[in-house]
Design a binder for this molecule. Structure first.
Ligand code: NAP
Ligand code: HSE
Length: 422
């Protein structure tokens, strides 16, 4: 279903590696049909035009077909077609994070009811194996936390701003030209794409269904070159992370920019690359790294799923690993989390200002780790503060008081600091 960027990659990989794949499965995979919207559209030379159809029934109701590959995107039609595929006893492979992060539960239930395979490795971090490693290789662990660079567009933008001094808009235009960004890049830059992916990962890691609307999200549009420069001076780099942590039967799931120490493995993940840092109680720290988007990297994950489904069908054991969300954990509100914070405040350059700001932090139980006065602009000075680990609710109380102080012109930036103190 669909032969755009990812679908074309799937056809190419099946064509190129078909003979080896056949030996690996023990049976040949036949491409039976391809659903598209527009039969007259120009296609890559690898696409067999005689297999194209714009009639969903020709695929979904075709008794010759065992495995449906949904790479058309969107929610409503994709949901309808996948449900119909399961009802017709077909296995499904999808790369659709929008769909899985909202309707995962219903899809798993229908797959199980019909004894079908349901695989979605390509939905998170493109070519990087992470869903199956979490569901299989690491499933003996209790997972403590996941921190992931899971959006290539924003990582590309932040890398270009940090390393080449580029402006946000210029870097975004490049990411669009290179094909990393979604059709509407708002989903990338506002953190929504990463939120869908961390919802899927957190559900698997913490055995409890977390849907996309339950993820706290901030994007990167408010990050300035000043923040990038100060972060660097303080020994940090700025990344957009998807973060999921579990403790005491509760989970926190969020996407936002963070300052991360340059010594942290995630700090070295640049450009369009993705990486997922997973900490388990047995394995300790692991990191999965690679290309998180694009034609062939995503096709790598999708074809791996097709092969897994084919093997299961071949051996008569479909649907071995179903839904693993057997718990119902409370999701913490953002005000309940604890973090260190970077805060940039523009203040009047006069005696007593620092004391009044420090006093507010002291009264709200926010302990400061460091304070530096940076550039001067007219009669305003800029303070950059790093807190110790504090409750977000306390920080928000402090900031609302500080914003009202007559000596404060603006709280220009507040960014959480991760990876340095757990
Ligand atoms: P795309 O390039 O826009 O291709 C979509 C394909 O689906 C097109 O062939 C289109 O037909 C067809 N299609 C869309 N709606 C349809 C409908 N209602 N009926 C029939 N055909 C329909 O999309 P993509 O980038 O390959 O992404 C596909 C999926 O993979 C999405 O869920 C996306 O989130 C996910 N994904 C993408 C990437 C990536 O790097 N692109 C990475 C990971 C996951 P026409 O060709 O006729 O228009
Ligand atoms: N727009 C996404 C990204 C593509 O930039 O990572 C893969 O989901």
């Amino acid at each position: 279903l669909g032969v755009g960027t990812v679908g074309t990659g799937v056809v190419k990989v099946l064509k190129k590696n078909g003979p080896d794949i056949e030996r690996k499965i023990g049976r040949k995979l036949h491409l039976e049909g391809i659903l598209v919207r527009d039969l007259n559209k120009k296609r890559a030379a690898d696409i067999p035009r005689e297999l194209l159809t714009d009639d969903p029934a020709a695929i979904l109701d075709n008794p010759e077909i065992d495995i449906i590959v949904e790479v058309m995107g969107g929610i409503d039609k994709a949901f309808e077609y996948i449900c119909r595929a399961f009802e017709n006893k077909k296995s499904v492979v999808t790369a659709n994070k929008d769909l899985v992060s909202v309707h995962g539960k219903q899809l798993f239930a229908l797959a199980e009811k019909n004894n079908c395979n349901f695989f979605f490795e390509g939905s998170v971090a493109g070519g990087i194996p992470i869903i199956r490693p979490l569901k299989e290789c690491l499933c003996g662990n209790s997972i403590n936390r996941i921190m992931g660079i899971i959006n290539g567009t924003t990582n590309y933008i932040l890398t270009k701003m940090s390393c080449e001094g580029k402006e946000f808009e210029e870097a975004l235009a490049e990411a669009k030209d290179l094909g990393y960004a979604e059709a509407d890049p708002t989903a990338d830059i506002e953190g929504l794409d990463a939120a869908r992916k961390i919802a899927i990962l957190a559900s698997i890691a913490f055995n409890s269904r977390i849907t996309y609307p339950e993820v706290y999200v901030e994007g990167i549009t408010r990050i300035t070159s000043y923040d990038i420069q100060y972060a660097e001076e303080l020994g940090y780099t700025i990344k957009l992370l998807g973060i999921a942590k579990g403790s005491n039967g509760e989970v926190e799931v969020r996407v936002h920019p963070v300052l991360i120490p340059v010594s942290h493995p995630l700090a070295a993940v640049n450009n369009e690359f993705n990486a997922i840092f997973v900490e388990g109680d047995a394995v300790g720290e692991t990191m999965f790294y690679g290309k998180g988007a694009g034609e062939l990297p995503t096709a790598s994950a999708v074809v791996g799923d097709i092969i897994a489904a084919a093997r299961n069908i071949n051996y008569g054991v479909p649907g071995k690993i179903g839904c693993t969300c057997f718990e119902h954990k409370r999701i913490k509100h953002i005000t309940e989390i604890e973090s260190k914070y970077y805060i940039r405040v523009s203040v009047k350059d006069q005696p007593g200002v620092l004391a009044s700001i420090a006093g507010v932090f002291g009264n709200t139980d926010v302990s400061l780790a460091s304070v530096i006065q940076t550039r001067l602009e007219g009669d305003l000075a800029e303070l950059v503060l790093i807190t110790h680990r504090v409750k977000e609710a306390n920080l928000q109380d402090a900031l609302s008081i500080i914003e009202g102080l007559s000596v404060v012109a603006a709280v220009s930036s507040v960014i959480r600091v991760e990876g340095s103190e757990e």
